[in-house]
Structures are given as C-alpha cells and as structure tokens.
Design a protein around this ligand. Structure first.
Ligand SMILES: [Zn+2]
Ligand SMILES: [Zn+2]
Length: 250
C-alpha cells in the first residue's frame, strides 16, 4: 500500500437498510476510515455486531439523530463497553443534544463509555486527520448531516432528510454524496415529507456538483435497481448503491 492509499478516506458500509434492518442486513451504519482513524457513523440495529473492525478500535462515534434505525446499537455498545471486567475508556460521541437526552433517559444514566459533545449547524470537529462539519437537516427530529474532509477529499452524508432547509451549501462540490433515498416515484406521492425520493437525491447531488452519488437508506421492500435508475435519470451519471459489507473510497 503506498502512502496515498494508506491516507485516503474510505467508507465501510456496515448497514444501509432503510428505516428497519432486513434479515442479515443492518440498518444505517458506516465506518469512515482514514489512516489509523476510524469513526462509527450511525449505529442502526445490527451494526455493532457487524463492525468491520474490533469495536475497541472505534476512535469516535457520530450519530445523526435519535430515530432507532440510526442509534439503537448505542445500547449494544454501552453494554459491551461498560459491563465487562475492564470497561473501555470513554469514546467521543458527537450527536445532536436530543440523542443524548434519549439515550440517558432510556438507560437512566449517562453511559460512562461515551464522552458526549453536542453538535449542530456550524460545528466542526477534528477526529484524527478528519474534519467533520455539521448542519441541520430537514427531518422530523433534530438531525445533522455531516461533511467529512480528509486527504483533500470530501464526503457528505445526508442522514435522513427532506429536500428543504439550508443544508445544500455544506454539500457543495463534494467528491462523494452518500444520500438517503427512502422513496421512489413522484415527489407528490410521498407520504412523509422529511425523506427523499431517489429522483430528489439525484437532483440534489447534481445541483451541489457532487462527483459521485451513493444511495442508501432504501427500505427492504423497494427494488433497489429502480431507485438507482430513477436517480441516474436526473444525476445523468452512474449512481452507486451502499451495500452492507462493502467499502468505497471517497
Ligand atoms: Zn432512518
Ligand atoms: Zn429518521
């Protein structure tokens, strides 16, 4: 491995199943890796046990929002990292305040395995050589999208969102846009405004000048090839799927 390869930003897709896990396919979760830094981003059901690395090697955790399909495995990590003979040192956790409120209420304590820092629009944190910036998304609970920069490469992760709000600036000209695509078909047929159709994902990726579009958060009951085709029609370039157990370079 040459030095460039060793330092490049890589995304391991731990889970990409939208809204709920499918058999053998965890819900939302990724490990963003650069050099020796590994960040677990979103902890949907099934992701803890499917992490591609020893969980103790996770350097930080980032959670987009409090919906269980994005954070329920924080509880798996809490038990694994706390209730063993030698608990692990606290790992930094970055998330909207509401995530911490929900987690602490559920377990009736502040989990000692996490060193929590609230993040919201305008916040930027450094994790190893990665710089992560946050912005409020268009969702029904406080939700942050995130821009990841490292080794002169950029990734934007939409988490769960509708098309509204002021978040597109942070996604401007990214190399890779990892976008949710919870619906297919016509925008007018959406029964929930705070998610995107695959066509909207394609339109937004095109409007911000994203180099590559990777679709995620597609529910198990939808035909993923239809989502890709609908996004490609608008994005006008090949569109990729986030597949659990695979990785891609940013
Ligand atoms: Zn979701
Ligand atoms: Zn959600």
């Amino acid at each position: 491995m040459d030095e460039g390869e060793a330092r490049s930003v890589k995304v391991h897709v731990v889970g990409s199943s939208g809204t709920f896990p499918d058999h053998g396919r965890p819900a939302s979760g990724y490990v963003v890796e650069q050099g020796d830094t590994r960040v677990w981003c979103d902890a949907g059901p099934g992701t803890y046990m499917s992490l591609p690395i020893d969980p103790d090697l996770v350097d930080a955790v980032v959670i987009s929002h409090q919906h269980p399909d994005h954070c329920s495995d924080l509880f798996a990590a809490f038990h694994a990292w706390t209730y063993r003979p030698e608990p692990r040192d606290p790992v930094p956790l970055y998330a909207p305040q509401a995530v911490w409120d929900v987690v602490t209420a559920f377990v009736d304590q502040e989990p000692p395995c996490f060193d929590f820092t609230p993040v919201w629009t305008g916040d930027v944190v450094a994790i190893g050589d990665l710089e992560v910036s946050f912005v409020e998304m268009d969702h029904s609970v406080p939700t942050v999208g995130s821009r990841w920069e490292g080794h002169n490469r950029t990734l934007f992760y939409t988490a769960d969102t509708g098309p509204a709000g002021e978040w597109r600036d942070l996604a401007s000209a990214v190399d890779v846009m990892l976008s949710e695509a919870s619906f297919q078909g016509r925008v007018e047929d959406k029964n929930y405004l705070h998610h995107l159709t695959s066509g909207e994902a394609g339109e937004i990726a095109r409007s911000v000048g994203a180099g590559t579009l990777v679709l995620t958060h597609i529910p198990p009951y939808l035909d993923k090839s239809v989502s890709v085709a609908e996004a490609e029609k608008v994005f006008d370039r090949p569109v990729h799927l986030a597949v659990a157990g695979t990785s891609f370079d940013v």
